[in-house]
Design a protein around this ligand. Sequence first.
Ligand code: FES
Ligand code: FES
Length: 162
Amino acid sequence: MPLLHEIGFVLNGSPIRLSVPVTMTVLEMLRGPLNLTGTKYGCGEGECGACTVLVDGLSLNACILLAVECDGREITSIEGLAADPAAAGLRRAFVEAGAVQCGFCTPGMVVQGKYLLDTRTGTDRAAIARGLEGNLCRCTGYRKVVDAIERAMGSTEGAGGD
Ligand code: FES
Ligand code: FES
């Protein structure tokens, strides 16, 4: 019987209390007991970015982050961005730029895009591409993903919505 630990955190704006095994990752918690399957399992080793979530505004790989480490913190998953009017411009930019093919990497790309929009560490294409280095895509060749984030950054709405 694994050791359980009760944690409390805010997920996509809602407070959650949950008892989790101390070895459970945030990705396992999201896709398991919380039934939020938008965050994807790719490599499980912190290499592909398919599991990217925001934790207190930082983009982190949920597959190598323990759920107990999120006690008292604020997590945003792709489901939170899907419902967030402030991310509407970013979501639309992905569609308009044709940045989605099979879609497996897309949740992580959109979450990382939101992080880049929020932090604005660089708005030129090279900076956006550097910001996506931790997110792998087997389909798009990345150009259209960079197009999408550049489009969202340049839009009068910015990261905002309609
Ligand atoms: S599944 Fe987490 S980085 Fe690949
Ligand atoms: S769209 Fe298929 S892996 Fe990125």
